[in-house]
Design a protein around this ligand. Structure first.
Ligand SMILES: *Cc1c(COP(=O)(O)O)cnc(C)c1O
Length: 496
């Protein structure tokens, strides 16, 4: 077995579980009368898989320690402040976990008949209603598995509606501030993404959209507030321009945390929106956990929704497959159900007033941060922002210190870095989103860390170039690490 050579604090460097493996070790004891000590002997040959031989042989405590140690390498919203702009890394209340763990939800088999699943169907039905109310949309589907999948589904419905009227178009307009998933969702639907330049104020203008609008434009995809944290002030006029040109308005709803309870995308004129339950509605994300990207549509697009829809007949809930123009199914079963349970719990726990207050606090926190941060860092669009703001590293350039060095320096000071180098129309961007769940003291600590980094840049830039020092791995070559993944413990110890 590889030895754990390095200890830093109480965190123990951990080899791969395959390196810990010793032939014959096991996490359980087979009943001797059935297997006579040989597990395989009791299993019919047709059910034995050759791949099983590659699985590691470890004891139960070895397996437990392995995964607990790996979990301690991680940083999450339960560890500390996570101001990763655009991702809305808010604290996830533990009551959400309690309801998602209720056996009636957690153990419900997706093939259970409707008569045994009434509670789950009711929850999904009501969650659709709540999301429709919050966004101002006529109907909602919960099927898509994440935001990007919701975008794909929404654009599919737009395509289906256009094809239905014999009007196959070729392009989708996307602002230069857009998230990378937006052009990807267009491309997957066979559309060419065409960039719309933001104005010097960092927002779209109706004039810029009108200039690009023609009979080949299927839709405009807009995130509002946009990824600079700015409200798209001309959105009503922009909707009018696109609708008059025969196109649809797609709202990337990832930034709904700034709006919920205050303004509704449906009222602004949007035809489709995706929700990121794992952002706005406080269900866990990061680390590849399941997400959920429900999609809301206006009445005109309802016939194209994915099936099954969830129906209600008197007191009975049922799955409805009868939708002749449906785009079909986009996900096995009904989507990531337990994420829906968490979001439902959050909405019921907060109530309408609570959701509104959360949005107001998120905006207040971001503006507090913007006004303080602006004393040291350049804020390119320095006016009232929504739930996030974008600063730059411009004042550090003369010391050879970049936004990435700032991000790495923050790790050593106990913070998750903000989003860097996005949106792409801001050079050296540091995009911070405090969310409503952080206290003023925590935000002040973060601001002090950023100021300190700024001072250190002037006196000891090298220490920032070598940051982080408090992690197992300091500065991997990120591009090489992505292309040539080597995960062995030796690497970690040498690097760390
Ligand atoms: C997070 C995000 C997305 C993508 O959502 P996923 O759930 O990560 O697929 C799209 N647009 C914006 C603006 C986002 O912040």
């Amino acid at each position: 077995m590889k030895e754990s050579k390095a200890v830093r604090g109480l965190k123990i460097a951990e080899p791969l579980i395959f390196e810990k493996s010793r032939k014959g070790r096991s996490g359980f004891t087979p009943p001797p009368d059935r297997f006579l000590g040989d597990v395989k002997a009791g299993i019919p040959a047709s059910l034995l898989r050759p791949e099983m031989d590659c699985l590691p042989d470890v004891t139960e405590p070895e397996a437990v320690r392995h995964f607990v140690r790996l979990s301690q390498f991680n940083f999450g919203v339960d560890t500390g402040f996570y101001p990763l702009g655009s991702c809305t890394m808010k604290y996830n209340p533990k009551i959400n976990e309690a309801t998602a763990a209720l056996p009636g939800f957690a153990r419900l088999h997706p093939y259970s008949p409707e008569s045994f699943s009434q509670g789950a169907l009711q929850l999904m039905y009501e969650l659709e209603q709540y999301l429709g109310e919050i966004s101002g949309m006529a109907g909602v589907t919960l099927q898509p598995a994440a935001g990007a999948h919701g975008e794909f589904t929404g654009m599919r419905m737009i395509r289906a509606a256009l094809e239905r009227r014999g009007d196959v178009r070729t392009k989708v307009l996307i602002p230069d501030t857009a998230h990378g998933t937006n052009p990807a969702s267009c491309t997957l639907n066979g559309y060419q993404a065409v960039e719309v330049k933001s104005s010097p104020r960092g927002v779209l203008t109706a004039a810029a959209v009108a200039e690009l609008m023609d009979d080949q434009v299927a839709a405009l995809m807009v995130t509002n507030p946009n990824t600079l944290g700015l409200f798209e002030e001309e959105i009503a006029e922009i909707c009018q321009v696109v609708h008059e040109g025969g196109g649809y308005m797609y709202a990337d709803g990832a930034n709904l945390n700034a709006l919920m309870g205050i303004a509704r995308p449906g009222d602004m004129g949007f035809d489709v929106i995706q929700f990121n339950l794992h952002k706005t509605f406080s269900t866990p994300h990061g680390g590849g956990g399941p997400g959920s990207g429900p999609v809301g549509v206006c009445a005109e697009l309802l016939p194209f929704m994915p099936v099954p829809r969830i129906g209600k007949d008197g007191e009975r809930y049922y799955l409805d497959f009868e939708l002749p123009s449906t785009i079909g199914r986009v996900r096995a079963f009904y989507g990531n159900f337990l994420v829906m349970v968490r979001a439902y719990t959050y909405i019921r726990e907060m109530g309408a007033e609570g959701l509104k207050l959360a949005a107001q606090m998120a905006v207040l926190n971001a503006n507090y941060m913007r006004s303080k941060l602006g004393k040291t860092y350049e804020i390119p669009f320095d006016r009232m922002c929504m739930h996030e703001c974008v600063a730059t590293d411009s004042h550090l350039k003369k010391y050879g210190v970049s936004n990435v060095d700032v991000a790495k320096g923050l790790i050593d000071r106990g913070f998750h870095p903000p989003t860097v180098s996005f949106p792409i129309n801001v050079h050296g961007a540091l995009m911070v989103e405090p969310t409503e769940t952080e206290s003023r003291e925590e935000i002040d600590r973060f601001l002090r860390a950023l100021e300190e980094i700024s001072e250190v840049a002037a006196t000891d830039a090298a220490s920032l170039h070598n940051a982080p020092q408090m992690t197992y791995i300091c500065r991997p070559d990120e591009a090489a690490a992505a292309r040539q993944l080597i995960l062995t413990a030796d690497m970690m110890i040498e690097e760390g």
